[in-house]
Design a protein around this ligand. Structure first.
Ligand SMILES: Cc1cc2nc3c(=O)[nH]c(=O)nc-3n(C[C@H](O)[C@H](O)[C@H](O)COP(=O)(O)OP(=O)(O)OC[C@H]3O[C@@H](n4cnc5c(N)ncnc54)[C@H](O)[C@@H]3O)c2cc1C
Length: 369
């Protein structure tokens, strides 16, 4: 049986995001941030979550319709090659969604995570007193098609979860709230009788988060961006956006006439919410991909939240799906070393990895066949 090893994109050890207090999303003062893109529970003034039980709104719509090619790939075709024995390092969403796809294709999967609980940054666990401790409160944009597809799927073999886990989502009012220093509240209000792109244009033109001058300069920058092209040519727009990966959003935005005030009051909070970095560091590609989805799909900017802790409503159902299909979790097992050979021409070939129980002094090695 062939073997394959998959790693998390980066180790999370010591990242700033991990030090964020549980249950709080981006509401502390970090770095030079002036405003906060608020979706957490701490400030409830303009925050409403409607129950999904009496509403059809959690029936998430399929964002892949008319979306740019490759953004929301369909289920992979049935695999007919040899069965693989796969070790996945990291039981976060990336590792677990990979495990689901591999198990669906008939492969054998072992998942290793150095923590004592699954879910990674969107994980949670129950402490001795029965409290659900979350790594951080999460919101889910309507454009998280791949995640919603996974959530729908994990009902299929679960005996406990009798509906798709996508029904575990509550819909927030279609507004995004900014909490500024001193408690001043700003808002982007997407509630508008007509959908995309007019609801977005209305939200940006009427926001109290920016002054008229900054709104006008914002409009100019966005009018000159691939976001407008996305309305008529989503594939072409995405190609243009991908070419902007090496430029920061700040450099791109300022070069198109946007103002530093707009960055500080509106785009930095959004960038922090997307990636825990500001506009001087996040790529224009990342921000414009989201903007183009917001511009073309009414629901892309609509926020949903889990009904409760991820362990019950997200990672738990995924874990059950994985285990029911024969996948195995090895918690408190870390990858300590990547084993590799260097060929004569200097190329590096991964040959295996060394894993160990947390705090153990010696490793077990897995070698690729
Ligand atoms: C406080 C907070 C709030 C957030 N809010 C939102 C939000 O509202 N909306 C949103 O879309 N996103 C949000 N995010 C981001 C989101 O949680 C992440 O993008 C997503 O969960 C990343 O999943 P991942 O699987 O790629 O990585 P991770 O979740 O980081 O998973 C990686 C896993 O690999 C394990 N690991 C790493 N190195 C090793 C090793 N050497 N050996 C063994 N295991 C290893 C880690 O323990 C971890 O479990 C938030 C994140 C945080 C921390």
């Amino acid at each position: 049986m062939a073997s394959l090893i998959l790693f998390p994109a980066k180790s999370v050890t010591g990242t700033r995001s991990e030090t964020s207090p549980p249950g709080l999303l981006l509401s502390g003062g970090v770095g030079r941030r002036r405003s906060v893109f608020q979706v957490g529970f701490r400030n409830q003034r303009s925050f409403t979550v409607r129950s999904a039980l009496d509403s059809l709104e959690t029936n998430v719509s399929d964002m892949s319709v008319n979306a740019p090619n490759g953004l929301f790939p369909p289920e992979p075709e049935h695999y007919r090659g040899p069965k693989l024995k796969v070790a996945i390092i990291g039981a976060g969403l990336a590792g677990m969604s990979t495990a689901v796809e591999l198990l669906d294709q008939g492969h054998e999967v072992d998942i290793y995570d150095s923590r004592s609980f699954i879910g990674g940054k969107v994980g949670s666990f129950v402490d001795r007193r029965g409290n659900h401790i979350e790594m951080g409160l999460h919101v889910f944009f309507g454009c998280y098609n791949n995640l919603f597809r996974l959530m729908k799927k994990v009902k299929q073999v679960s005996l406990v979860i009798v509906v798709g886990a996508d029904k575990n989502l509550l819909v927030k009012d279609h507004t995004h709230t900014f909490v500024n220093m001193g408690g001043e509240i700003g808002e982007l209000d997407f509630r508008f009788p007509i959908g995309a792109p007019l609801h977005g244009i209305s939200a940006f033109l009427s926001t109290n988060q920016l002054k008229t001058y900054d709104i006008a300069r914002n409009a100019l920058a966005l009018a000159l961006s691939p976001v407008v092209k996305a309305l008529v040519d989503p594939d072409g727009a995405l190609r243009d956006i991908r070419n902007l990966d090496s430029i920061s959003f700040s450099d791109w935005f300022l070069s198109k006439g946007g103002t530093r005030t707009s960055i500080q009051r509106m785009w930095d909070p959004v960038a922090y919410a997307l990636g825990f970095i500001d506009c001087d560091n996040i790529s224009a590609r990342c921000m414009l991909t989201i903007f183009s989805l917001f511009a073309t799909k009414t629901e892309a900017s609509l926020l949903r939240m889990l009904k409760g802790s991820p362990d019950v409503y997200l990672s738990g159902p995924i874990r059950k799906y994985i285990e029911d299909k024969g996948g195995r979790f090895h918690l408190r097992w870390g990858c300590r070393q990547i084993l590799y050979d260097r060929s004569q021409d200097g190329e590096i070939h991964v040959t295996g990895l060394a894993v160990s129980k947390v705090n153990a002094s010696h490793f077990s090695s897995f070698r690729l066949d």
